[in-house]
Structures are given as structure tokens and as C-alpha cells.
Ligand binder design. Structure first.
Ligand code: HEM
Length: 500
């Protein structure tokens, strides 16, 4: 056996050279990472179809990847081959990072509080319409309060997510076309946004051809909306297209129509599976803990009951002041972060700090140019060294004794009694945290507030209307999709709530 190159991280043992650890990683990345950590520590390299992927675990590992300079660790080099055929040219990872950062700022303008205030009522209305019309909720519609019905949670959440995102951010034209051509195009595009596309960008498959056709048609669809609006069609002040049409790059030029179109597609893809997966997991958890679902309902009663025994609609500002709802979502994202692997491609040899791994002669490992680096916040979010009862879903862990929820979020006492600073809130306090469902650093999610608004409104609207139960055992994770979804069966039983 040749001696291992001690300046490089240890390589995970594998039998087949090119294939490497693809099976172990692909089937259950978390289990794979935890067992690698036992053998090799927090830093190791595994082979994934010829790629060399260096994983750095824990809060410090997250910080190493997510806090790395974009000149050293590149998101576009890691992702563009499979995102650009889906989103389209000249946006996100198809442009130099500085330009994408400008585009992110434009999107932030559309994600304003002022816009959000108009969204809660729209989302509530969409969910109620859905419950009143979708065949899965026949028992609910029959007005028979004693009978239980059931629904496949992911199918329902996928529909509710796209209905509510299109009614709000995406805009009226997209919402109006959901029942027509738009859904088909979305499905074809989505069929080309899978782990297979990530691993094998150039296969001669029908799904790739469908993806390319759908991208072109969807891009044209958005461009047409923009042209019509320019010609004075309607008033759409509160949506994302309107916001993007008013922005200018630093050099003074406006966004081209196809850039706006492609940013809209990118936002659709970024928000759809992440939100529908998170909503599915939240409802599954609530269904498995009727006591917490009941407490969530009581939180609604406490704040919104009217003298005639009904629950009035809530505003965006009120939604943000509901500690249990917030903790339920936060805790679900701890156990079920939709994105398990955050990757960058290494542009220059990079030294891993000695605090992270077994040191070489100068106290560091070197991750060579051409490797990928990978952060997995899902590991630190479920690490028994950090969290008491790490695998138990316990929203109460996020509330402090006085119930001043927001303060409790900023620090958490780990199993050794040490206070950990999360750096929550608008001002980031850095990228070293064990809790990062929305990532960290320059590529951090900008959809977090929207996701909380969308998920929060969907969940309370459902909880106001029905009781939930889980009759099967709690579903396992399906890691074969880009976003971690619950495996089937993922059926929730429901019963119309009695208002008395
Ligand atoms: C980035 C998670 C919803 C738009 C990210 C990243 C994560 C994440 C982990 C970092 C990716 C990386 O560093 O490579 C989530 C979760 C969501 C969610 C858990 C819901 C529960 C949304 C929504 C939108 C959105 C609703 C759009 C409205 C974005 C954008 C980025 C991003 C634009 C930036 C990508 C970059 O800078 O490279 N998200 N996301 N996300 N997300 Fe989200």
C-alpha cells in the first residue's frame, strides 16, 4: 500500500474507483456522513462518479465552506451545468458572481414587507378554496364533522405551494395559467432538475429534450407578460415581475426581458420544492403529535377568536408574533432541512484550519483545486453533541422560560451547557453555526421570510380547519430527489374541526 498523502484529507474507502461512494451517499447522505465522521473525523474526501468531494462537518465545517471567499470556492462552477439549462442564460450561476449578487439585491426589493402584507390574505384564500374544491378533501367538503378522510401530504402541499406562490410572488398571469399550459411546462422543467441531471449533464434522454423545450416556452411566456405589462396591461404593483422591471444594474442598464424571465424561473424552482417539502414535513410532524397541533390551534384561538366564536383573518405583522407557530417551523427545518448538500468547486488550493481536522506537518489539510467542498448543515442540526435529544421533534426547545421567543433563537445551550450563538436575524453574525437550513454567507437564501410567511399561513389555515392524525409510522427520508422528501406512505388523516 502506498502511504497516504498526509497533506490531503483522508479518502473514504471504496471498491470501485470511478463510482466511489455514490451508492452510500446517494441512498442516505446523513447516515453516510455520520459513519464517515466516526472513521475519519470531521474532514474527509469521497469519490462521486469521478468527482472528488471534500466534506467538512460541524459548525466549523459549515463556516469553512459557506464563509469561504467566492474567488476560492465557486457556487457557479459547482452548479451551472445543471441550473442554466433550467433557469436560462444570463442569470444566477450563468453570470460572474458579482453580477448574480446584484440580481439577488433586485429580488430582495420584490420581497419587501410592504408586498408581504398583501400576501397573507391571498394565501389564506387560496388554501381555503383548495380545501373546498380538491377531491382529497371530500370529507371536509361534505360538512360531516365526525368522519375522517385522508390525503397524500406531498401531493397536496405541492399544489398548495404553487397556487400560493403564483398568486403572490409570481403574479396574476402565472396564477391564471396554472390550470392551463403552465403546469405542464413546469413539470417538464422539473423533470430535468434532478440528481441525475446534476451528475450526468449530457445524457441523450427524452427528459433532457423536454426540459430544453419547456425552458424555451416558459421563458417566452414570461417575456410576453413583461411586454404586455409594458404596453399598459393591468396594475401589478405588488409582485416580483413589477419589482424586477424597475431595477437597474450598477452600470445604469435595466434588466433585459429574458433576464427577468429567467430570474422568475429560478425563483419558481428555488421556492417550490423547498417550501412544499417543509410544509409536508411540518404537517406530518403535527399529525404525529396531536397535542402540539392542538396547542397551535389554541394559539390561534387566543389571538384571533372573535366574540361570535369564529377566527378572524390574521395580518402579516400578527403572523410574525406567534412563538409556537414559529418554533414548529424552525424545529421542522432543524430535522428536515430540504437541502442536504451545499457544494462549491475549489478554484485554488485551500487550507483547512487545523481546528477542523487532523493536521499535516504545517497544521492543516490542503483541499486541492478541482475538488468540490461540501457543507451539510443537516449533520450539525442533528448532532447529539450539540442538541439534547437530537432526533426528537420538540418545538419547545426553541422557547425560553419567559416565552420571549426571539431571544431564545439567538442562542442555544448545547449538551455541555455551552451557549451557542446562531446569528439569526437580518444582520448576519457570521457563518459558523450548527443551525443553517437556509445556508449562510453570500449564497444564503433570500427566500427565508417569504417561506416563513407562506408556510405559516398555509399551516395555520389548515390547523384552523381540521384535526390531523398519522396512522402509519412516521415516513423515512427520500434522498433520491434534489430536495429531501418524505417516502410513501405519507398519508395524513384529517377531520373537520368543530367550531363551538
Ligand atoms: C439559497 C434553503 C425557500 C430563493 C438557498 C440556500 C439554502 C436554501 C440552503 C443556500 C444554497 C447554497 O449556498 O448553495 C431554502 C429553504 C427554503 C427556501 C429551506 C424554504 C423552506 C426559498 C424561496 C425562494 C428562495 C421561497 C424564492 C422566493 C433562494 C435564492 C438563493 C437561495 C435566490 C440564493 C442562491 C445563491 O446565492 O447561490 N436556499 N430556501 N429560497 N434560495 Fe432558498
Amino acid at each position: 500500500l502506498a502511504p497516504r498523502d498526509s497533506s490531503k484529507p483522508p479518502v473514504v474507502f471504496h471498491w470501485i474507483p470511478f463510482f466511489g461512494s455514490a451508492a452510500g451517499y446517494g441512498d442516505d447522505p446523513l447516515n453516510f456522513f455520520f459513519s464517515c465522521r466516526e472513521k475519519y473525523g470531521d474532514v474527509f474526501t469521497f469519490i462521486l462518479f469521478g468527482r472528488k468531494v471534500t466534506v467538512t462537518l460541524g459548525a466549523k465545517g459549515n463556516n469553512f465552506v459557506l464563509g469561504g471567499k467566492s474567488t476560492a470556492f465557486s457556487a457557479e462552477d459547482a452548479y451551472t451545468h445543471f441550473t442554466t439549462p433550467v433557469f436560462g442564460k444570463d442569470v444566477v450561476y450563468d453570470v460572474p458572481n458579482e453580477l448574480f449578487m446584484e440580481q439577488k439585491k433586485f429580488v430582495k426589493v420584490g420581497l419587501s414587507m410592504e408586498n408581504f402584507r398583501t400576501y397573507v390574505g391571498m394565501i389564506e384564500e387560496e388554501v381555503e378554496d383548495f380545501l373546498r374544491s380538491d377531491p382529497a378533501f371530500r370529507v371536509f367538503q361534505d360538512n360531516d364533522i365526525n368522519e375522517w378522510g385522508s390525503f397524500d401530504v406531498t401531493t397536496v402541499l405541492a399544489e398548495i405551494t404553487i397556487l400560493t406562490a403564483s398568486r403572490t410572488l409570481q403574479g396574476k398571469e402565472v396564477r391564471d395559467n396554472l390550470d392551463k399550459s403552465f403546469s405542464g411546462l413546469y413539470n417538464d422543467l422539473d423533470g430535468g432538475f434532478t440528481p441525475i441531471n446534476f451528475l450526468f449533464p449530457n445524457l441523450p434522454l427524452e427528459s433532457y429534450r423536454k426540459r430544453d423545450r419547456a425552458q424555451k416556452k416558459m421563458s417566452d411566456f414570461y417575456v410576453k407578460i413583461i411586454e404586455n405589462r409594458r404596453n399598459g396591461d393591468g396594475d401589478h404593483a405588488q409582485d416580483m415581475i413589477a419589482a424586477l422591471m424597475n431595477q437597474k444594474y450598477r452600470d445604469g442598464r435595466s434588466l433585459k426581458d429574458h433576464e427577468i424571465a429567467h430570474i422568475m424561473i429560478a425563483l419558481l424552482m428555488a421556492g417550490q420544492h423547498t417550501s412544499s417539502a417543509s410544509g409536508s414535513w411540518t404537517l406530518l410532524r403535527l399529525a404525529s403529535r396531536p397535542d402540539i397541533a392542538e396547542a397551535l390551534y389554541q394559539e390561534q384561538v387566543k389571538h384571533f377568536a372573535t366574540p361570535d366564536g369564529k377566527l378572524r383573518s390574521l395580518s402579516y405583522d400578527e403572523l410574525r408574533e406567534l412563538p409556537l407557530l414559529d418554533a414548529v417551523i424552525r424545529e421542522t427545518l432543524r430535522l428536515h432541512p430540504p437541502i442536504h448538500s451545499i457544494m462549491r468547486k475549489v478554484r485554488h488550493d485551500a487550507a483547512v484550519p487545523a481546528t477542523l481536522g487532523a493536521p499535516s506537518k504545517d497544521g492543516t489539510y490542503i483541499v486541492p483545486k478541482g475538488h468540490f467542498v461540501l457543507a451539510c448543515p443537516a449533520v450539525s442540526q442533528t448532532d447529539p453533541l450539540v442538541w439534547k435529544n437530537a432526533l426528537t421533534w420538540d418545538p419547545a426547545r426553541w422557547s425560553d422560560p419567559e416565552g420571549v421567543a426571539q431571544q431564545a433563537y439567538d442562542t442555544y445551550t448545547d449538551v455541555n451547557g455551552e451557549k451557542i450563538d446562531y446569528g439569526f436575524g437580518a444582520v448576519s453574525k457570521g457563518t459558523e453555526s450548527p443551525y443553517q437550513p437556509f445556508g449562510a454567507g453570500r449564497h444564503r437564501c433570500i427566500g427565508e421570510q417569504f417561506a416563513y410567511l407562506q408556510l405559516g399561513t398555509i399551516i395555520v389555515t389548515i390547523i384552523r380547519n381540521m384535526e390531523l392524525r398519522l396512522t402509519d409510522r412516521f415516513p423515512d427520508n427520500n434522498y433520491h430527489t434534489m430536495i429531501t422528501m418524505p417516502k410513501k406512505p405519507r398519508t395524513i388523516s384529517y377531520r373537520r374541526r368543530k367550531f363551538d
